[in-house]
Structure formats: structure tokens, C-alpha cells
Design a protein around this ligand. Sequence first.
Ligand SMILES: [Zn+2]
Length: 235
Amino acid sequence: MISVDLHLHTCHSFDCATPLDEVVHASQRSGLDCVAVTDHNTIEGALRLRESTDLRIIVGQEVGTSDGELIGLFLSEPVPRGLTAIETIARIKEQGGLVCIPHPLGRRRFHANSKVGSIENGQVTLSRAVRRANRLLTDDVLTRVDMLETINSRTPFKGTWRAISRLADLYGLPVTAGSDSHTAREIGRARVVMPDFTDAASFLAAIRDARPSGETSSLFIHFASMYARLSRRLC
Ligand SMILES: [Zn+2]
């Protein structure tokens, strides 16, 4: 089994100042075997890291679509921002990548017994609260993506994490976990422990046996992103 943080940012994101070498050191310090580098709208940092370090890197991108954010993993080309979710999913899959919806319920609070939807004769009906949480949560999108991110350290409510797992169950989707770190000290705060894999196909099989875990990051961490945005330094 290997330990993987499936969502983190580097200084190649507009709101993150973590240099690439700090990403490597922090990942190693927190016992990660592999990380998915998922900068906003670029794969440059991920490609550079993959070439310059022994740490295993999944090349990813958090893509801003016209409907909300999607993560592509196992990419070889950057995905243009601003396309619709359906077009973006197609672009990711054309290059053999996998698609995950990060923080699908945003920062909304869902309780342990919050209803996320129901299924009847194979047809899913999502609850109003879920539909209002994220425009991406439609049948069209949820039947095309590969995974949902259930644990994101920057979403503060554990009840919301559990609600995402129930949503994933409705569609038979596996779940992932990632720190969504924008500072080095957040790296590894959420992770999956999963069977090893060699490529996108074997990852997709292995993620079904993954154990996601994680802790929430303090709300203070959002000030670090704001600061990074204002004091932008180049990688
Ligand atoms: Zn992110």
C-alpha cells in the first residue's frame, strides 16, 4: 500500500507560494510516497517536479471550467480553462486522463443525516441542497467523471465529507482525499492509502480499495493563500 496526497498546489498556482523543493521536502517529511500536483490551470510545476525529483508525481491540473472546478489527473497536456464541464471532461479523457470533482459540496455544511439524494430504478434524484451547492452536480457530469474528492482539508465540515461519500455511492464512484495545500505545512493533511499503481487504468482500479483519511486545516490557512496572491513571487 502507498500513501498519496491527491490534491496540492505549488508556486505555479496564482494563490500559492510554495517552492517546488519545499513541496518535495514536506511530502517526504509527512511520509507520502506519491503526490498529485494539481495547480490551477497549469501543469508546468507538476512536469518540472516530475523531472527534477525522485518523489513520485502524478501530473494533474485543477481546471477552471465555466461550471466550476474539475481536477484532471495523469495529464500530458494542459487543459484550457473556461470550457464547459462536459468539454473539459472530454479533453481530459482524450489524453488518457482521469477526472475528479474537487470539494464537490464546496464549504457548505452538511450534517450526518443530511439527505443528498435517492435512487429509484437506477435513476438518481439529487437533493435540492446538493444541486444548490455546485453547478457541476448534474447527472450529465456525475455519470462522466471517475471520482469524487470526499476529504479536502480546506473544507471545514466532516459532515460534508460524509455527505460526499453518500453522493459517490449513489453513482458508484470511488472517492479520493487531498490536502488542497497552498502552504508546505498543509501537505499530507489528507491522503489515501491505496494499492500501488503504474498508470491511469491501474490507479482507477486501485482507488476503489483506497482508505481516505484527513484532518481539516485551520481557517487561518486561507489568509496564507490571500497573502500569496498579493505577494506573488515567481517559482
Ligand atoms: Zn485546489
